[in-house]
Design a protein around this ligand. Structure first.
Ligand code: KIV
Ligand code: NA
Length: 266
């Protein structure tokens, strides 16, 4: 069976919900790949893997390295790789150079970039040159310093208007889907009804055409997660339990046991 493409995702508008997760890492990609529609190598890896407070310090090299790891683990899903802060905003040409490196060096099927109307020209430039682009509007974490924090977007009518205009601009520019992050429910519904490509929500209500979460947040590994995350697992507790068992078995010399020891040939 062939790998899911950006066009397949676009064709899911209004149908069965699209399901996506982030992935930064080969073994987790392999586990998730059969069940979801796309994997996002998100720049949230800066926070999750590196303990950074924002995504701003994430480099293109970090994204390419983890993008390659995920591609090795995933054979069914579309893999989308985030363009990191500073690698694409200044011009369409710069964005194309960055996106081309990502596609060539990872083998992924699409890139994602943040921003609405101001990025429309860039989205069109990339799509016209063979780069499928996923948009990202609402809370755009790379703009945390101008937004003034990680806050719900679109609560005021002016803000909602401009986010709706952003989503439309990105769609008109040729994006195959748009991530909508941390917006109030009526706005998520309005955007989803207004554009012809799927909306993939994160903290954006069930009105979207699909959902995405950060894997480590939904697994209960992250020490903290926003209100919109449901914890479907408790990995932090499971890791703690396993580590405590290992520590106590080493200390009381029950590990390594006979099964775990190499014996000379008889
Ligand atoms: O980097 C990321 O994980 C993302 C998703 C939250 C959409 O951009
Ligand atoms: Na991101």
């Amino acid at each position: 069976t062939r790998r899911i493409t950006a066009n397949d995702i676009r064709a899911r508008k209004g149908g069965e919900p699209i399901v996506a997760l982030t992935s930064y890492h080969a073994h987790t990609a392999r586990i998730i790949d059969p069940f979801v529609d796309f994997l996002l190598v998100g720049d949230s890896l800066g926070m999750v893997m590196h303990g950074l407070e924002t995504t701003l310090p994430v480099t293109l090299e970090m994204m390419i390295l983890q993008g390659r790891a995920v591609m090795r683990g995933a054979s069914h899903c579309l893999v989308v790789v985030d363009l990191p802060f500073g690698s694409y905003e200044e011009s369409p040409v710069k964005a194309f150079q960055t996106a081309a490196r990502v596609l060539k060096e990872t083998g992924c099927g699409a890139v994602k970039l943040e921003g609405g109307a101001r990025m429309a020209e860039t989205v069109r430039f990339l799509v016209d040159r063979g780069v499928p682009v996923m948009g990202h509007v609402g809370l755009t974490p790379q703009a945390v310093n101008t937004i003034g924090g990680f806050k719900v977007q679109g609560r005021d009518p002016g803000g909602a208007e401009s986010i709706l205009a952003d989503a439309k601009a990105i769609e008109e520019a040729g994006a195959f889907a748009v991530v909508v992050e941390a917006v109030v429910e009526p706005l998520a519904r309005q955007i989803t009804e207004a554009i012809a490509v799927p909306t993939v929500g994160i903290g954006a209500s069930p009105a979207c055409d699909g959902q995405i979460l950060v894997l480590e947040d939904m697994l209960g590994l992250s020490p903290w997660a926003p209100k919109f995350v449901k914890r479907f697992g408790n990995l932090a507790e499971q890791i703690e339990g396993s580590v405590k068992a290992y520590v106590s078995e080493v200390r009381d010399r029950t590990f390594p046991a006979d099964d775990n020891v190499y014996k000379p040939k008889k």
